[in-house]
Design a protein around this ligand. Structure first.
Ligand code: MRU
Length: 349
C-alpha cells in the first residue's frame, strides 16, 4: 500500500478515530468513537463529511455496533444489528455511499442465516475494514485514470472538498489533482471557498498546500469572471450521488460551475468511486437533497450577518444534469456519454 496522505478516519485500537473537520485548519483533533451513536453524531454534525468518508464512517459504526451487541440469541443479534443499520443509514440523506455501505454490511447477516454470532461479528468487522481499504485503492485508480485528461500546465478548478478528507484517504477530485501533479508539477489549482460551509476555504486549500500543490482560493462568484478571462482549463469535482443516467448531485453551487464551464467550452469532469452511483435512480430528479440549518447562511463564524427574521434557504447539494458533464472518472476508468450505457457497463466490472 502506498504512503497515506491525510486519512480522516481509522482504527485507533478498539476506537474509531475521526479527524474533527469542523475545527480545521486551525486545530487537528481526533474524536475517539467507541459506539455507533458517537460516529452517527460525528456524521450529523459534519465532524466527518464527504460522501465516501461518510460511507466509511457508517461501515465502521456498524463494526462497532456489531461488536457491542451482547446476546447469545442469533435472532436477537439480527434484530439489534438491523436497528443499528437503520439509524446509521439515516445519518445523512444525499451521499449514496452511506446507504451503499450499510446495505453491503447488512447483506452479510441476510445472506448467512446459518452463521453464529461470533462469525457474523467477524465478517462484519472484516468487511467494514475492506470498505475502508477499497476506498483508498479506488481513489488511487481514479487519480490514475483522471490525470490522463488534465492538460500539461493546466489550471484546474475544483469545488467543495473532494479530497483525502472527504474519503478514506487520497481523495477523488483531489486524487486526480494529486496524480496529475505527480506527473506534471506545473499544474495549479483554483479552489472555490464553497459557501456556506466553506469546505474549499477550510479544507481543500489546506490539503493541497500540505501536498505542496500550488493553489489559489477564490470566492464562488469569481468563477465566471476567471473562466471568461481564459484562466481555467478544466474543472474536476467530486460527487455525492450519481443517477443511472449520469446526473450528479454534488455540493450546492456545482451546477452553476458546470453551466459556466459549458458556456466557456471548458471540460467539466466528475470524479467518484462506483459506490457513489445509485443505479436505482433513473435520473437526478429522485436524488434526496439535504436541507441544512438556515443559520449557516444567516450567520458567519457564529456571528449573525443577516437581519433578524429573514427567511433563508440552505440546500446542501444541487444536481448537475448529465449534459454538462464531459466524463465521470471512476476506479474502473473514464465513463463517457451516453452515461446510461457506460455506467451500466462500469457496474458490471
Ligand atoms: O456536505 P459535504 O461536505 O459532505 O459535501 C461534500 C461534497 O459535496 C463533496 O464534493 C462530495 O462528497 C465528494 S467527496 C469525495
Amino acid at each position: 500500500m502506498s504512503q497515506r496522505c491525510f486519512p480522516p478516519i481509522y482504527w485507533d485500537g478498539d476506537a474509531v478515530a475521526i479527524l474533527d473537520q469542523r475545527i480545521l485548519p486551525h486545530q487537528e483533533k481526533f474524536l475517539h468513537c467507541t459506539t455507533p451513536e458517537q460516529v452517527i453524531g460525528a456524521i450529523k454534525t459534519m465532524a466527518i463529511r464527504g460522501a465516501p468518508a461518510v460511507g466509511v464512517a457508517g461501515a465502521l459504526a456498524l463494526a462497532l455496533g456489531a461488536r457491542s451487541i451482547q446476546t447469545d440469541d442469533p435472532k436477537e443479534f439480527r434484530r439489534k444489528f438491523s436497528r443499528i443499520c437503520l439509524k446509521v443509514k439515516d445519518a445523512r440523506p444525499t451521499g449514496a455511499n452511506l446507504g451503499w455501505a450499510v446495505e453491503r454490511l447488512y447483506s452479510i447477516v441476510v445472506e448467512n442465516p446459518k452463521l453464529g454470532i461470533v462469525e457474523l461479528k467477524e465478517l462484519i468487522v472484516a468487511d467494514a475494514n475492506a470498505i475502508l481499504n477499497e476506498d483508498i485503492a479506488s481513489n488511487r485508480q481514479i487519480g490514475k485514470w483522471g490525470r490522463e485528461v488534465i492538460p500539461m500546465g493546466a489550471k484546474i478548478l475544483t469545488y467543495c472538498n473532494a479530497g483525502a478528507l472527504a474519503t478514506a484517504d487520497y481523495g477523488t477530485a483531489v486524487g486526480v489533482i494529486r496524480a496529475a501533479f505527480e506527473a506534471d508539477p506545473t499544474i495549479s489549482v483554483f479552489s472555490c471557498e464553497t459557501r456556506p460551509f466553506l469546505q474549499g476555504a477550510r479544507l481543500t486549500v489546506f490539503e493541497l498546500m500540505r501536498a505542496g500543490i500550488p493553489v489559489t482560493l477564490i470566492t464562488d462568484n469569481a468563477v465566471g469572471s476567471l473562466m471568461s478571462q481564459g484562466r481555467i482549463d478544466v474543472v474536476v469535482v467530486g460527487a455525492d450521488r450519481i443517477a443511472a443516467n449520469g446526473d450528479t448531485a454534488n455540493k450546492i453551487g456545482t451546477y452553476m460551475v458546470a453551466v459556466l464551464a459549458r458556456t466557456h467550452d471548458i471540460p467539466f469532469y466528475v470524479a467518484a468511486p462506483r459506490s457513489t452511483i445509485d443505479p436505482g435512480l433513473t435520473d437526478g430528479n429522485g436524488i434526496p437533497i439535504e436541507q441544512r440549518d438556515p443559520k449557516e447562511v444567516t450567520h458567519f463564524c457564529g456571528k449573525q450577518i443577516a437581519p433578524d427574521g429573514i427567511n433563508a434557504l440552505n440546500p446542501a447539494f444541487d444536481v448537475t444534469p448529465n449534459k454538462y458533464i464531459s466524463g465521470i472518472v471512476t476506479e474502473v476508468g473514464m465513463l463517457r456519454k451516453p452515461f446510461s450505457k457506460s455506467i451500466r457497463k462500469a457496474l458490471q466490472v
